[in-house]
Design a protein around this ligand. Structure first.
Ligand code: NBP
Length: 481
C-alpha cells in the first residue's frame, strides 16, 4: 500500500490547486479530489507533476488514502456546494475525523455546520483564507475557527503553509463556531474600505490635474511611509501599466462588481448595531458605480459646482490627501475591530485582537505596515476598547486631521464624491462628541409616538410629555420609528 496522505483537499480551482502545491512544498502529502474527476488527472499530470501529491477517483477512494484522524479540506464555491460535500462525506468518516472549509462561507453557515457535525461526533473548522492565488501558493493568511479540539490536528500544517510576519505565522486559532469566517468577513469588508479610500485619493489626484505618471509616483512615495501596503503598491503598478495603446486604466469601465463579503460585513454591522460606516459607504459606492447608464443620463441633467478645481500648492494638497487617507484608514480599522468586539460579546468568543492584526499583517490583500502598528497597540494594551484611543493612533490623527478636513471640504466644494473619506471624518467627529443631537431625536420620537425619553442625570427613568398640551399626540402604534 502506498504512503497515506496527511490531508485531503477537495476543489481543484485556483485556490485549491495552489494550496495543495503550498502544502506539498512544506513536506505534507496531500490527496487531491474534485467534483469533476477529470480535473484530478489533469492536475496530477500538469501542475502537480513531480510532486508527492496523490489523487483520488472518488470520495471513498480519497477517504481510504488518508491517515487517521482524517483531515479533509474543502476549497469549493461557498454555499450549497459545501453542504453537498459534507453530506457525501459524513457516511464515509469516523468519529474524530475533521472537515475544514477554506472557502468564503458565511459565518452563520459555518456555525450551523459546526453544530450539525458535533452531533455526528465529527470535527469541523471554517477557515478564512486570504491572499488570492499567489497567497495560496506561497503563504496565505489563514483564520481558522470552529471546534477547538480540531486545532491541534491542523496547527502544524496551517502554520507551516501560512505567510510569515518576521518569524510569526499569519495564522492562529480564532475562536469557536463561525469566528474564523466572521474575522475573514471583516477582513474582506476592510479590504472594500481600503480600496474605496484609494479610489477616492486617485479621483482627487485626477481633479488636481495630475497625469498618470505623477499619480503613480505619488503612490510609490506613499508606499515608503505609514501607508506602505500591498494595495498601495498594486495601485502604483496599475497606474504605471501601459499596453500597445498606452495607459490601460483609463480604458477600463468605471463599474465595480462584488461577491458579497463587503455586503455581509455591512449587514452584520447593522444587525449588531455597530457604526461601521466606512465599509457601508464602500459597498454602496460600488452599487452606485454599477448604475452606469443612469449616471451617464444624470450627468447630462444634474449640475454641480462650476468653479475651477485648483489649489494654491499642489504638492501640499497631495500631502493632505495622503494624510486624509491615513486618518480614514485608522477609522475604518477602528470600526472593523468594534464590529469584531461586538460579535465576540454576542457569540462569547475570546478574540485576540492583536493576533488578528498579526494574521492580516502578511499574506492577505490588506497586508500593510499599519497592521503591525495595530498589533503593537493591542500588545501595549490587550484591553484597548477602541483603536482610536491608543496613543499612537491618537497622535497620528492629531497630526493628520487638519489635512483630512481640508481634503473633505475641498472635495465637497469641487463636487468630487468622497463617501469614505467623509464618512470616516463624520464618524470621528461623532465618536469624539460628548454631546450629540440625539436629545432632539428622543423628543421627536416621544412627540409623535409616545416613545418616552430619558432625562440627563436621571438615566433609566422614562418620562413622556404631551408636547402640544392638547392631548392630541399621534398614537405610538400609528407611527413607529
Ligand atoms: P471557485 O469558487 O470558482 O469554485 C470552484 C470549485 O467549486 C471547483 O472545484 C468546482 O468543481 C466546485 N464546485 C462548484 Br463551482 N459547484 C459545485 C457544486 N455544486 N458541488 C460541488 N462542487 C462544486 O474556486 P476558487 O476561486 O478556487 O475559490 C474556492 C473558495 O475559496 C471559494 O469559496 C472562494 O470564495 C474562496 N476564495 C477565493 C479566493 C480567490 O482569490 N479566488 C480568495 C479567497 C477565498 P468543478 O470543477 O467540478 O466545477
Amino acid at each position: 500500500m502506498s504512503q497515506k496522505a496527511d490531508i485531503a483537499l477537495i476543489g481543484l480551482a485556483v485556490m485549491g490547486q495552489n494550496l495543495i502545491l503550498n502544502m506539498d512544498s512544506h513536506g505534507f502529502v496531500v490527496c487531491a479530489y474534485n467534483r469533476t474527476v477529470d480535473k484530478v488527472t489533469h492536475f496530477l499530470n500538469h501542475e502537480a507533476k513531480g510532486t508527492k501529491v496523490i489523487g483520488a477517483t472518488s470520495l471513498a477512494d480519497m477517504v481510504s488514502k488518508l491517515k487517521t484522524p482524517r483531515k479533509i479540506m474543502l476549497l469549493v464555491k461557498a454555499g450549497s456546494a459545501v453542504d453537498a460535500f459534507i453530506d457525501q462525506l459524513v457516511p464515509l468518516l469516523s468519529p474524530g475525523d475533521l472537515i475544514i472549509d477554506g472557502g468564503n462561507s458565511e459565518y452563520q453557515d459555518t456555525a450551523r455546520r459546526c453544530d450539525e457535525l458535533k452531533k455526528k461526533n465529527l470535527l469541523y473548522v471554517g477557515s478564512g483564507v486570504s491572499g488570492g492565488e499567489e497567497g495560496a501558493r506561497y503563504g496565505p493568511s489563514l483564520m481558522p475557527g470552529g471546534h477547538k479540539e480540531a486545532w491541534p490536528l491542523i496547527k502544524d500544517i496551517f502554520q507551516s503553509i501560512a505567510a510569515k510576519s518576521g518569524s510569526d505565522p499569519c495564522c492562529e486559532w480564532v475562536g469557536e463556531g463561525g469566528a474564523g469566517h466572521f474575522v475573514k468577513m471583516v477582513h474582506n469588508g476592510i479590504e472594500y474600505g481600503d480600496m474605496q479610500l484609494i479610489c477616492e485619493a486617485y479621483d482627487l489626484m485626477k481633479a488636481l490635474g495630475l497625469n498618470q505618471k505623477e499619480m503613480a509616483n505619488a503612490f510609490d512615495e506613499w508606499n515608503k511611509g505609514e501607508l506602505d501596503s500591498f494595495l498601495i503598491e498594486i495601485t502604483r503598478d496599475i497606474l504605471n501599466y501601459k499596453d500597445e495603446n498606452g495607459y490601460l486604466l483609463e480604458r477600463i469601465r468605471d463599474t465595480a462588481g462584488q461577491k458579497g463579503t463587503g455586503k455581509w460585513t455591512a449587514i452584520a454591522a447593522l444587525q449588531y448595531g455597530v457604526p461601521v460606516t466606512l465599509i457601508g459607504e464602500a459597498v454602496f459606492f460600488r452599487c452606485l458605480s454599477a448604475l452606469k447608464e443612469e449616471r451617464v443620463h444624470a450627468s447630462k441633467q444634474l449640475s454641480g459646482p462650476s468653479g475651477k478645481k485648483s489649489v494654491a500648492e499642489r504638492a501640499q494638497f497631495l500631502n493632505h490627501i495622503k494624510n486624509a487617507l491615513y486618518c480614514s484608514k485608522i477609522v475604518s480599522y477602528a470600526q472593523g475591530f468594534m464590529l469584531m468586539r461586538e460579535a465576540a460579546k454576542e457569540f462569547d468568543w475570546n478574540l485576540n485582537y492583536g493576533g488578528i492584526a498579526l494574521m492580516w499583517r502578511g499574506g492577505c490583500i490588506i497586508r500593510s505596515r499599519f497592521l503591525g502598528n495595530i498589533k503593537e497597540a493591542y500588545t501595549r494594551n490587550p484591553q484597548l476598547s477602541n483603536l482610536l484611543l491608543d496613543d499612537f493612533f491618537k497622535k497620528a490623527i492629531q497630526s493628520g486631521q487638519e489635512s483630512w478636513r481640508q481634503v473633505v471640504s475641498q472635495a465637497v466644494l469641487w463636487g468630487v464624491p468622497v463617501p469614505a473619506l467623509s464618512a470616516a471624518l463624520a464618524f470621528y467627529d461623532g465618536y469624539r462628541a460628548e454631546k450629540l443631537p440625539a436629545n432632539l431625536l428622543q423628543a421627536q420620537r416621544d412627540y409623535f409616538g409616545a416613545h418616552t425619553y430619558e432625562l440627563l442625570g436621571k438615566e433609566g427613568k422614562f418620562v413622556h410629555t404631551n408636547w402640544t398640551g392638547t392631548g392630541g399626540n399621534v398614537s405610538a402604534s400609528t407611527y413607529d420609528a
